[in-house]
Design a protein around this ligand. Structure first.
Ligand code: FES
Ligand SMILES: [Fe+2]
Length: 357
């Protein structure tokens, strides 16, 4: 499965990159190492020493530098080699590639494309990852599947009725209500209102309400593969804000391709800080983990079928609207990126290389 390069990807939760120890993670098939310099700033290098290709993540952080654990080359924060044990001169080519990286509301985000195109305006709207009004536990799952199958799952919540009957769903009604799907900048917006249903089991740590509720989910799914969602429930039939019988969540989720066939999944769903205590936060986190494991098992099983008979056609249905529209946008951007990275050919002079082919 292909992926865009000119994009910010979540590489880690900020607590994963500790002071003093390098942290390894493969992204888009490239081994990367993340470390913090003396002032706590996160640095990202390719996890590959320029000497003999050993992973730098097996080395150690020394103040503002990272030392390879094989033969001791030492690199400064820019990736330049500043020490070669036993050698007086340092060749100019002794350096490792550095990637643009920024800690954005607890997400360590890395730019995998051209450095000159790295634009902070493209960072995601994951405000609740760092906001006093919201509380959550950060989550991570590793998927042995291409990122696209997980994106498809997140773009069609009709599956909540069936995959998550005992957790996030709790009713068949979700699948029977058509969402409104609109194109937005860099993605799609999906909104669903589900009137007059029972409260799903997932809500129970936060809200032990026995009556019927109206539920809503509104999320943006934006490139490269980030979901930002408002959702909640209130007493059935009540107007917004008119009842105390109401809870809401804010969720931020991101898919980062590890390789063409595997994916890092970063997620959280925050509840209001003034509602519940830490046991509420823990209970909701455990519920979410259980639900996302339900997704993982379904998608792994789906992948086994896809691999057993490659090329089997999918049957397009109305519920696929958001994923079809997102897929179209993704393919357009992929094509644009490919066109930008192909060096322009001189039209009049056929190159010698091409005639030799
Ligand atoms: S491989 Fe890193 S110093 Fe030799
Ligand atoms: Fe799901």
């Amino acid at each position: 499965m292909q992926a865009l390069r000119n994009a910010w990807y979540v590489a880690a939760w900020d607590h994963e990159v500790t002071t003093g120890a390098p942290f390894a993670r493969m992204i888009l098939g490239e081994p990367l190492v993340f470390w913090r310099n003396a002032s706590g700033e996160v640095i990202a290098f390719e996890d590959r020493c320029c000497h003999r290709q050993a992973p730098l993540s097996r080395g150690r952080v020394e103040g503002d530098s990272l030392r390879c654990g094989y033969h001791g080359l030492r690199f400064d924060s820019t990736g330049r080699c500043i020490e070669i044990p036993g050698a007086r001169a340092i060749p100019p080519r002794a350096r490792v590639q550095r990637f643009p990286v920024v800690v954005h509301r607890r997400w360590v985000m890395v730019w995998m494309g051209q450095e000159s195109a790295a634009d902070h305006a493209l960072l995601p709207g994951n405000f609740s990852c760092e906001h006093p009004d919201w509380r959550y536990r950060p989550g991570y799952l590793h998927y042995g599947t291409p990122w696209g199958l997980i994106a498809d799952n997140l773009l069609d919540f009709s599956h909540l009725s069936y995959v998550h009957a005992q957790t996030l769903g709790g009713t068949d009604r979700i699948a029977s209500v058509r969402p409104e799907v609109t194109r937005i900048q860099d993605g799609v917006r999906v909104s669903r209102f589900i009137p007059d249903v029972t409260l799903p089991p997932y809500f129970k740590p936060l809200w032990r309400y026995e009556g019927r509720v109206d539920r809503w989910q509104t999320y943006d799914f934006v490139l490269p593969a980030t979901l930002i969602m408002h959702s909640g429930a209130r007493r059935a039939g009540a107007a917004q804000g008119a009842t105390v019988d109401e809870v809401d969540f804010h969720s931020c989720q991101a898919l980062t391709p590890e390789t063409a066939d595997s994916t890092h999944y970063f997620f959280m769903e925050a509840h209001r800080s003034h509602q519940g205590d830490t046991s509420t936060t823990d209970g909701l986190y455990q519920g979410l983990l259980q639900a996302f494991e339900e997704d993982r098992q379904m998608i792994l099983a789906q992948l086994r079928n896809l691999r057993a008979r490659p090329g089997s056609p999918m049957l397009p249905l109305p519920m696929d609207e958001a994923l079809v529209r997102f897929q179209r946008l993704f393919q357009q951007r992929l094509a644009a990126e490919a066109a930008e990275s192909v060096p322009a050919k001189a039209p009049t002079e056929p190159s010698r290389e091409s005639s030799e082919h």
